[in-house]
Ligand binder design. Structure first.
Ligand SMILES: [Mg+2]
Length: 329
């Protein structure tokens, strides 16, 4: 049996819900990634466009990870890479965003403007807390001419110290309603940010670790990378069982200690109209749309892995399924 880390040359770890939650480190995450770094390069992929790679790395070092700025892949980097394919080198770009994005645009040889009057060749948009109507209006004026529009990410919300606030997707949406078209997006779950990360780290068999099916795992699947869903953040057992075929992870982990523990084989047996999945000593059976525990076994995570295997194999969607609640509660 192999561990998820076996054969992995680069780990692409998500941050929120994987390494930290607010100000606190996720249990076992830091020590597990430090151990993993002895066997693979550990890098980080984040949609957060308002923090520079250096400030992300500094936060990770405070938590105990040996992170450097060049270990961090963020959505402004992926957005500017996309921008380069759309406009000539050295073009004037209307930047709607913060210092992280402006710096990235400038470092890539473009001229930055904040006014539609300068006839920009494209608009690039990312989150910054100071953005207001004046900035969104400039974007609208420029975009009415039909020039390319690149956005760092689609996140509707952004978690801040006082709660949940509108994120980049919400601000992009305001411009979208004014101009009647959508930008191209670069961040997770788009393939662009994963392709960029693969190229930058010369990764041949990377492993994406994330806590969200609709960003981390969907993006990894689109980019053809193995993925591990870790149940320390947003998505839990219920969401894992319900994942449609675009968002199914290669591995399901309770916490990051399991990154380098043997991943049990999943065995499927078909007997007439009954399919059984066995993982370790857990057995889950599915007949028509009914999913039941045949043997609970001694490990909750293996029970979930077995349930996911039998459901994923069935080709049925969760809406029509009757899943025994003990599997996911
Ligand atoms: Mg996350």
């Amino acid at each position: 049996m192999a561990t998820p880390l076996d054969g992995t040359d680069v780990v692409f770890a998500d941050l929120d819900g994987v390494i930290y939650k607010g100000a606190d480190a996720v249990p076992f995450a830091v020590e597990s990634l430090v151990d993993a770094s002895a066997r693979a390069r550990v890098a980080y992929i984040t949609n957060n466009a308002s923090r520079t790679p250096e400030s992300v790395a500094e936060h990770l070092r405070e938590l105990g990870l040996p992170a450097r700025a060049d270990d961090v892949v963020n959505s402004p980097q992926a957005a500017v890479r996309l921008l380069k394919t759309l406009v000539p080198a050295g073009a004037t770009i209307l930047v709607i965003g913060g210092e992280g994005l402006t710096t990235e645009v400038t470092n890539n040889g473009f001229v930055v403007t904040d006014s539609a009057e300068d006839s920009p060749a494209a608009v690039i948009q990312g989150f910054a807390p100071h953005l207001g109507w004046v900035h969104l209006a400039e974007a609208s004026f420029a975009l009415h001419t039909g020039i390319p529009w690149v956005a760092t990410n689609t996140d509707w919300t952004i978690p801040v110290a006082r709660g949940i606030a509108p994120g980049n997707g919400t601000l992009v949406s305001a411009v979208h309603l004014a101009v009647g078209r959508l930008p191209v997006f670069a961040g997770k779950p788009e393939k662009a940010i994963f392709d960029y990360a693969r190229e930058r780290f010369h990764a041949s068999d990377p492993l994406v670790i994330g806590d969200r099916l609709d960003t981390d795992i969907l993006g990894a699947n689109r980019a053809g990378m193995r993925s591990a869903l870790v149940l320390t953040g947003i998505d839990q057992a219920k969401q894992a069982i319900a994942a449609d075929e675009t968002m199914r992870p290669t591995y399901i982990l309770e916490d990051l200690r399991q990154l380098d523990e043997e991943y049990p084989e999943v065995r499927l047996d078909v007997d007439g109209d009954v399919t059984s999945a066995t993982v370790g000593d857990a057995v889950v059976r599915m007949k028509a749309h009914v999913v039941r525990i045949a043997h609970p076994g001694t490990s909750r995570i293996n029970l979930l892995r077995a349930a996911c295997a039998v459901v994923y194999n069935s080709g049925l969607r969760i809406y029509g399924l009757d899943v025994e609640p003990a599997i996911y509660s």
